[in-house]
Design a protein around this ligand. Structure first.
Ligand code: SF4
Length: 411
């Protein structure tokens, strides 16, 4: 990772070519299909060429207007890490993936300690970019969370501190932004922002672009979302405001047997690599966080990051087809749509997320543990109400059937 603090990214005019090309493609396809939620993929790798620095190692991009160049790929550590010698972290570091993303809750609370040990082993804190997060919704809880993270990580500063998985617009009020400014002034974190999983991501991003004080946002973004015009406009607003954008959940996974029906074929990339390439083709995205839980995945993802080959039109077309064919199994997390139709508090999106962990990633224990933490009353609703929820689901998910599957596998 190289730093270039004096070389700030200039403000992007609203007619900036990458954005225009992206929206033009999305608009054209949405118009043809008659629905904004139809997945669209039309960017070529050329769109990202101007903003990506390619050296022999890992390509880098500037994170928003922070003045810091970061690797376009970094390691997510929600999985359990080896506390003694974690092969994945060491391999990442060797390959130039010098950014590790963690959180107080990751690895059942053990992630920080494993990273602390890794830091001791490499003996070079400055070469590593460290992000951590606190899930507290209170200013005092966030402040304490950062102190706890520093203590557990054995470091005196973070590079980026995020409010974890927020869905409340009030967390972009002045008191939270002031906290971010104070933590930066105290040297406890260099940058401040938030991550978000849920349905109001567009509102959160639009608010963040207006209020200032947010350096980076981590949000769910993958090949299934390119036709979402509201999301695209929110990304544009953040990009123009100089907010660094980090894509998570880039695989947009559904169960493997369904993905294999689409039969992705390419001479250059695996399906997983193609999904990453499609996100990097969007020059507004500065980095992808990827939970690589084996050295094999590190190899595969690093090869995709280093490859200068863009996706071909045919490969992009195949991803579009995959998105269309499997939409009914891919929950976008837009819970403000479906959960609003049910009179009681029901955790539809959360249940479907844990079902995905189980079905797509084989994380059976974690999926069950998380699902069982949802109060039983929030796992069910009447058949009528769930039918109404289906009516508003942009993905056309058979919500009663999928919730029933979640209960069967995870309860
Ligand atoms: S079930 Fe449908 S409406 Fe509900 S969060 Fe998932 S994609 Fe959105």
């Amino acid at each position: 990772m190289t730093e270039d603090r004096d070389n700030k990214k200039p403000e992007q005019p609203s007619s900036e070519p990458g954005r225009r090309r992206f929206l033009k493609t999305a608009l054209a396809s949405a118009t043809t299909a008659g629905a904004a939620s139809v997945p669209v993929l039309g960017l070529s790798g050329a769109a990202s060429a101007a903003s990506t620095t390619r050296t022999k190692g890992m390509p880098t991009r500037e994170l928003g207007n922070t003045g810091v160049k970061v690797p376009i790929l970094h390691l997510g550590t929600a999985q359990r890490m080896d506390p003694k010698y974690d092969k994945v972290m060491h391999r990442c570091y060797k390959e130039g993936v010098t950014w590790i993303d963690t959180a107080l809750s990751y690895g059942w609370g053990s992630s920080h300690r494993a990273i602390a040990n890794f830091l001791t082993q490499i003996g070079d804190r400055k070469r590593l970019w460290l992000t951590s997060k606190s899930g507290s919704s209170r200013v005092s809880g966030l402040r304490n969370g950062l102190d706890e993270a520093l203590d557990e990580l054995g470091t005196d500063y973070l590079d980026l501190f995020l409010m974890h998985g927020i869905d409340d617009l009030d967390m972009l009020d002045r008191e939270y932004l002031t906290l971010g400014e104070k933590l930066k002034a105290q040297g406890k974190t260099r940058f401040f922002g938030f991550s978000c999983h849920d349905g109001n991501v567009v509102e959160l991003m639009n608010r963040a672009a207006k209020v200032g004080g947010i350096d980076a946002i981590m949000f769910r973004y993958n090949f299934r979302r390119y036709g979402d015009l509201e999301l695209n406009r929110a990304i544009d607003a953040c990009h123009r405001a100089g907010i660094g954008l980090i894509a998570m959940k880039t695989q947009g996974s559904v169960p493997r047997d369904l993905e294999s029906v689409a039969g992705f074929r390419s001479e250059n990339f695996t399906l997983g690599q193609a999904k990453l390439k499609s996100v990097w083709a969007d020059e507004r995205i500065d980095s992808i966080v990827s939970e690589m839980d084996s050295v094999q995945y590190v190899r595969e993802n690093v090869a995709a990051a280093r490859s200068e080959k863009p996706l071909t039109a045919e490969e992009s077309h195949q991803l579009n087809q995959l998105a269309a064919l499997t939409a009914g199994y891919a929950c976008n997390g837009c819970k403000h749509l479906c959960e609003k139709t049910v009179t009681r508090d029901v955790a539809i999106a959360e249940s479907l997320r844990y079902l995905m962990y189980f079905e797509c990633f084989g994380k059976t224990d974690r999926a069950r543990e998380l699902y069982r933490a949802i109060p039983v009353a929030k796992r069910e609703a009447s058949a009528d109400e769930l039918q109404q929820a289906c009516q508003v689901c942009p993905q056309g998910i058979d919500i009663p059937a999928r919730l029933s599957r979640a209960r069967e596998l995870l309860a």
